[in-house]
Design a protein around this ligand. Structure first.
Ligand code: IPE
Ligand code: IPE
Ligand code: MG
Length: 242
């Protein structure tokens, strides 16, 4: 039991934009990359909080398709850092019943070795069901929709799908994780009020929560605050109160 949280109305899926690492570091006279490193503790405290809540799905934005625009040394750091984080944490996550998955483009500039570790971690944790922790890595909502459209066009060309059979369910089925429920709650840290190409299709009816906390300072208490706020919202999905 967590104070002020109704255990019967825990969101099914929380998606987080872990933002503000660079500013957190700059405020302390550190290098931006040290902010990314400090974000690891925040992430795993948030995961612990999610497990305490009984949250079944959590998705975190780790690297966007636009983050390649950053200086090469920061990009290199982020590739190595995400890889080492995976290797250091996967056994622990596995023991806690967390299924680790990745959404994003699996190719392009992502090093082959990183892709192999991603696949190994997914295989290692595939049977876990307590929580699915999805890393959006080399992820962009537009890239995801573009990839879906390509796959659908391929089926139309092959004659296995007719254009008038395409519905929103067809599109949802061609996303990177078709079984992932849409996020009920999207949290973005660091006082930025934008979506930055995250889960564009899936967030159609998500509740948004923005906090000024910089990601490395985020802890499970902030996640609990977000859930409390979520439980006060009134979701209508386009309908009217009855
Ligand atoms: C988020 O922190 C982490 C990634 C985008 C990889 P930032 O690096 O964007 O931090 P700020 O926004 O510059 O402070
Ligand atoms: C979004 O944050 C991507 C991640 C948190 C991985 P950014 O810091 O890259 O987004 P913008 O550039 O401020 O929109
Ligand atoms: Mg940022």
């Amino acid at each position: 039991m967590i104070d002020g949280i109704d255990p019967g109305r825990i969101p099914r899926h929380i998606a987080i934009v872990m933002d503000g690492n660079g500013r957190w570091a700059q405020l302390r006279g550190l290098k931006r990359t040290e902010g990314h490193a400090a974000g690891e503790e925040a992430l795993f405290d948030a995961v612990e909080g999610g497990l305490e809540l009984g949250l079944p799905w959590m998705t975190v934005y780790a690297f966007s398709t636009e983050n390649w625009r950053r200086p090469l040394d920061e990009v290199r750091f982020l590739m190595r850092f995400n890889e080492s984080l995976l290797l250091r944490r996967r056994d622990d996550l596995n023991e806690r019943g967390v299924r680790v998955r990745f959404i994003g483009r699996r190719g392009g500039r992502v090093p082959k070795r990183v892709l192999r570790h991603i696949e190994d971690t997914e295989a290692l944790t595939a049977k876990n069901r307590r929580m699915t922790l999805t890393f959006a890595f080399n992820y962009g909502g537009r890239a995801e929709l573009t990839d879906a459209v390509r796959a659908i066009a391929g089926e139309v060309k092959a004659g296995t799908l007719k254009p008038d059979q395409i519905s929103d369910r067809t599109i949802a089925r061609h996303l990177y994780a078709p079984d992932m429920p849409d996020p009920d709650l999207m949290v973005r840290t660091s006082g930025e009020y934008r979506i930055s190409n995250y889960l564009l299709w899936q967030s159609a009816y998500s509740e948004f929560l923005f906090t000024d906390v910089l990601w490395p300072d985020f802890r499970r208490e902030h996640l609990f605050d977000a859930v409390r706020e979520f439980q006060n919202r009134d979701r209508r999905f386009g309908a009217v109160e009855t």
